[in-house]
Design a protein around this ligand. Structure first.
Ligand code: HDE
Length: 702
């Protein structure tokens, strides 16, 4: 494991807490050396264990207390350190936050990605929202942007959060199902809660199945406020855009990966950082003048709404790179404590009722999760800005505060810590008038327009996936009433959607809603409209056996690796393969230890003997058919085309040496050194598309 030091201020601070065991001797917690740790101290070799065995007692006691409560939501996560730098100082017009306005300094960050519903040991690739929480260790203090990969939320007021979470979590009698929304209580809740509809549509979309944490967007969700040096406020929504584009898995694939590699997203993040292929994201902001607070047909304070990007463009402001894996999952990724109220001067809240509750919840939850009020002193949570409070004592106090005073004002401590004369956080001055009242604002009541905007913005294939997701999820709901209620709710969004969902789950579609809504769409909402040109870090499997055309395979590997792709040779067994042409080549992995769902594309190279072996290997044939079914680019050359045929892939197999591309299948009958260069370029072109949605694969059995 290569954990190179980054040497920034946070890294320096962490270094003081790091412990290496190399060359050390085993001791007790008290530093007493131990020379025997396999047998307890007993009265006679077959007698009872003695209470005075302090080493055994200490060892067992610590073990008994190793676990802490998992996060009540977002329990399953993966994290990494990195750095953020703004492009320029132009945002200074709107905010005094230095980390957003000082391009001369790189700010250390820690990001934790997560799923929401599952427990710590659940699979990564479930249908779920993903958390995207960033801690910026700024010179002005820690700023936490605790976002998700979807820009809206299920509820408008935080008081509903326990209800929502209870509904989506496994059901109380039997704790089934794990990490799934496909069960009665979730759909019961959301079908009775129209405000959830917009977010549920995002959850049913491909956004809920990210290919990688490196290939998903992040959103702050709420409207926050930037505040400048004059105290002027500007509304802001935060966006993260991944440099590699936004890509998703397909549903069948996610379910298989959950078994083949439940750590799929976690492993992907770890491996890419270890390989030096650092994930990168661009931070963008949507800014709205306070004067325009009421210029929209929705309320900016309503977290179930987006500001369409065509209406207010996203302004790029900086770039984040994740370049170091943690040393210890528990110490860092588990113990990191995010809090929406961790803000720095220049960033403030709005009266979004969801945000207001979060500002209470995150501090509160850490107190139970991390066992007391000193969790901000844990290495991963410590700010790099100096910390001086009059707070004292509590479980796990790490600091040794010297001096007589722990109060303000004091004279015995020379008045310190003193009040700051500059650089302090000042709450935005906002006039608030109102009656104490439990009432949802009337401006929060349109639950359908933006759900419809989302639906209208989907490409055909994305829409198909949404329908399929509704059918799958509702198909798992036992109570037919709940299915019917959900379909009725969808009918308020779009009759066609409601009809298509209803048909799949044995429910009669309601008549079209008299008020079929607007025809607007927002191109930015479709993932397929994002630019697709990179093949960096895409994983390609080359299926080979003894007798493979190693020359052709090497040329393919070189061509794709040059563009940052990862190519692995898979064979019936690992190790060296004799080559039909060229030097022997090494198989990186055995086919049966992997699966097509763990790769982005697959290649069947030339080599009559190799092809003959693979044609009788069910894993190899299924590998190809399954990749084809999941709309992945497939390539074959020379006699490799026979293997494609065996897997039922018949697109453009009839050609000659010239390179043909059809339906994402790239072929040539040429091999070895005569395989045209175009072949690699054509394959890379298909790979950049990520999936070939024009391919119809319903009938493919895989
Ligand atoms: Fe959270 N949320 N949340 N949430 N949330 C937590 O905090 C909560 C919400 C989000 O990697 C908890 O430390 C309430 C929206 C992320 O450590 C808890 C409400 C968004 C993470 C909590 C929300 C999020 C959390 C659980 C409604 C997207 C993981 C453990 C008022 C903008 C952070 C913890 C990490 C975690 C409460 C709604 C994102 C219980 C009460 C909206 C990414 O405090």
């Amino acid at each position: 494991m290569a954990n190179s030091r980054t040497g920034d201020a946070k890294d320096e601070q962490l270094e003081r807490a790091r412990v290496d065991q190399d060359g050390t001797l085993l001791t007790t917690q008290q530093g007493v050396r131990v020379d025997h740790t396999d047998d307890s101290l007993t009265a006679g070799a077959r007698g009872p264990t003695l209470l005075e065995d302090f080493h055994a007692r200490e060892k067992i006691t610590h073990f008994d207390h190793e676990r802490i409560p998992e996060r009540v939501v977002h329990a399953r996560g993966a994290g990494a350190y990195g750095r953020f730098r703004p492009y320029d100082s132009s945002l200074a017009e709107h905010t005094t936050a230095e980390f957003l306005t000082n391009p001369d300094e790189e700010i250390p960050v820690f990001v934790r990605f997560s799923t929401v519903a599952g427990s710590r040991g659940s699979a990564d690739t479930v249908r779920d929202v993903r958390g995207f929480a960033t801690k910026f260790y700024t010179r002005q203090g820690n700023y936490d942007l605790v976002g998700n990969n979807m820009p809206v939320f299920f509820i408008q007021d935080g008081i509903k959060f326990p209800d929502f979470v209870h509904a989506v979590k496994p059901e109380p009698p039997n704790e089934i199902p794990q990490a799934q929304s496909a069960h009665d209580t979730f759909w019961d809740f959301v079908s009775l809660q129209p405000e959830s509809l917009h977010m549920v549509m995002w959850l049913m979309s491909d956004r809920a199945l990210p290919r990688s944490y490196r290939m998903m967007q992040g959103f702050g969700v709420h409207t926050f406020r930037l505040v400048n040096a004059d105290g002027r406020g500007t509304f802001v929504k935060f966006h993260w855009k991944p440099v590699l584009g936004t890509h998703s898995l397909v549903w069948d694939e996610t379910q298989k990966i959950a078994g083949k590699d439940p750590d799929f997203n976690r492993r992907d993040l770890w491996d890419s950082i270890e390989a030096g292929q650092y994930p990168e994201y661009e931070l963008g902001v949507q800014l709205v003048d306070e004067a325009d607070e009421f210029a929209f047909d929705f309320d900016l304070l309503d977290p179930t709404k987006i500001i369409p990007e065509e209406r207010v463009p996203v302004r790029p402001v900086g770039r984040m790179v994740l370049d170091r894996n943690p040393d210890n999952f528990f110490a860092e990724t588990e113990q990191i404590a995010f809090h929406t109220a961790n803000v720095v001067p220049g960033i403030d809240f709005t009266n979004d009722p969801l945000l207001q509750t979060r500002n209470f919840s995150y501090l509160d939850t850490q107190l139970i999760r991390l066992g007391g009020p000193n969790f901000a002193q844990l290495p991963v949570n410590r700010p790099i800005a100096p910390v001086h409070t009059n707070q004292r004592d509590g479980y796990g106090q790490q600091d040794i505060h010297r001096g007589q005073s722990s109060y303000f004002k004091n004279s015995v401590g020379g008045g310190c810590p003193a009040l700051a004369e500059s650089g302090a956080f000042r709450h935005y001055t906002e006039r608030v008038d109102g009656q104490k009242i439990r009432e949802r604002s009337a401006s929060f009541t349109d639950h359908y327009s933006q759900a419809r905007l989302f639906w209208n913005s989907m490409s055909d294939v994305e829409a198909e996936h949404i329908v399929a997701a509704y059918r799958f999820e509702l198909g798992k709901v036992v109570d037919k009433e709940i299915r019917a209620r959900t379909v009725t709710q969808l009918n308020h969004v779009d009759h066609d959607l409601a009809r298509r969902a209803a048909e799949g789950v044995g429910v009669t579609a309601p008549a079209p809603d008299g008020e079929q809504g607007h025809q607007r769409s927002s191109p930015a909402l479709s993932q397929l409209n994002a630019p697709m040109h990179k093949i960096e870090t895409r994983k390609i499997a080359v299926l080979a056996a003894d007798g493979v055309d190693a020359t052709g395979v090497r040329r393919l590997i070189d061509a794709l690796r040059d563009q940052g792709a990862i190519v692995e040779v898979l064979a019936p067994t690992e190790g060296e393969l004799s080559a039909g042409h060229g030097e022997p080549i090494t198989a990186d992995r055995a086919i049966n230890t992997m699966a097509s769902v763990l790769y982005d594309a697959v290649v069947a190279p030339c080599g009559p003997d190799s092809v003959a072996t693979l044609a009788t290997d069910g894993y190899a044939v299924h590998f190809l058919a399954e990749a084809y079914k999941h709309a992945k680019p497939v390539a074959g050359f020379g006699s490799g085309l026979e293997l494609l045929r065996k897997a039922g892939i018949t697109d453009n197999l009839a050609g000659g040496p010239e390179v043909r591309t059809d339906n994402g299948v790239v072929t040539s009958t040429a091999a070895e050194n005569s395989l045209p260069e175009d072949f690699f370029a054509a394959f890379a072109g298909q790979l950049a598309q990520h999936r070939i949605w024009s391919r119809r694969t319903e009938s493919v059995a895989a």
